[in-house]
Design a binder for this molecule. Structure first.
Ligand code: AHM
Ligand code: MG
Length: 336
């Protein structure tokens, strides 16, 4: 019985990645080990986020609690956990975190060939009110693990070998691509394991939702303004789109992957490069959206073709359903 099989034959994320890697005869299990360490970080953050109110983990970094112990803000704590987990995996040589000004070069005795770029806890303005937040990550391979350099990191997103995010929401979900489609895993808290629940995620060809911080509208360029106008007042007889904006990239992109539509953080007069960071926000999410059959565009080019000049560089992004992104590309005069 299929139903029985579902209950007893659990496809954990580790088993799934091992299966995928076995299709590459040259693979030595390093990516599986690295992903296991990322998963550990996600489980830790998930448990901290759900206990945040209780444990009074929230507070200004450096603030002390009643016992006089230093309290760490959840995003600082999450960063430390990820940095330790990734370093101790023995599979990384460079780490780029949103929380650290400089890239971290792993000491030579612990070096491996992978580079991980990540935002340990994105959407932190949403922590205090219990709204979904997440971790975003992307993985590159260094050319020479003994001599890793920033050049290995400042590469276009199309060179990533894997990307994913973990959403700390009503359930904890990890969505992953190793370049062969997108799969979603839900944490079973009783097992402490991520179980495959959303296999081969495909984004709908066209969606009914647009997602943007419309409070910035007065500073938008003409193309963004026109696009949003079309969403609200379509001239072709179609129904207007619904607006959904959480303000947590992971949650907004997750909904876009599952329901389709458009998520955007455009340029505006105040922020000519938008807000989102290329390496650990725009690239991983664009990678996932493309792997799910959608598109990601910067206003000028395919997002994954962008070549970053600095590790914390920003870029505008328009991502989502294939047809919806096609519309914005046309407004910007970009053809396939
Ligand atoms: P953060 O890294 O400071 O948390 O900011 C990133 C977040 C994204 O999750 C989200 O898409 C965006 O900021 C929302 O920005 P805004 O509040 O300007 O709409
Ligand atoms: Mg962020």
């Amino acid at each position: 019985h299929a139903a029985d099989a579902q209950r007893t034959d659990l496809m954990t994320i580790t088993r799934f990645v091992l299966n995928e890697q076995s299709k590459h005869p040259e693979a030595r299990g390093d990516l599986t080990i690295l992903l296991n360490h990322i998963v550990l970080g996600c489980k830790f953050v998930c448990s901290s986020v759900s206990k945040a109110g209780l444990a009074k983990l929230i507070g200004l970094a450096g603030e002390t609690n009643v016992q006089g112990e230093e309290q760490k803000k959840l995003d600082v704590l999450s960063n430390q956990v990820f940095v330790k987990a990734l370093t101790s995996s023995g599979r990384t040589c460079i780490l780029v975190s949103e929380e650290d000004e400089e890239a971290i070069f792993v000491e030579s005795s612990k070096r491996g060939r992978y580079i991980v770029v990540f935002d340990p806890l994105d959407g932190s303005s949403n922590i205090d009110c219990g709204v979904s937040i997440g971790t975003i990550f992307g993985i590159y391979v260094a050319k020479d693990k003994q001599n890793p350099s920033l050049e290995d990191v400042l590469r276009p997103g199309n060179k990533m070998v894997a990307a994913g995010y973990c959403m700390y929401g009503s359930s904890c979900m990890l969505v992953l691509s190793t370049g062969n489609g997108v799969n979603g895993f839900t944490l079973d808290p009783s097992l402490g394991e991520f179980i495959l629940t959303h296999s081969n995620i495909k984004i709908p060809q066209k969606g009914k939702i647009y997602s943007v911080n419309e409070g910035n509208a007065q500073n938008w360029d003409e193309q963004t303004t026109k696009y949003v106008e079309k969403c609200k007042f379509p001239q072709d007889g179609s129904s207007p789109k619904s607006l959904r904006y959480i303000g947590s990239m992971v949650a907004d992109v997750h909904r876009t992957l599952l329901y389709g539509g458009m998520f955007m953080y455009p340029a505006d007069k105040k922020s000519p490069n938008g807000k989102l960071r290329v390496l650990y926000e725009v690239f991983p999410m664009s990678y996932l959206v493309e792997q799910a059959g959608g598109q990601a565009f910067t206003g000028k080019q395919r997002a994954l073709d962008l070549v970053p000049n600095k590790i914390h560089e920003r870029s505008p992004v328009f991502l989502g359903s294939y047809d919806d992104v096609e519309e914005i590309k046309q407004l910007y005069g970009v053809k396939n």
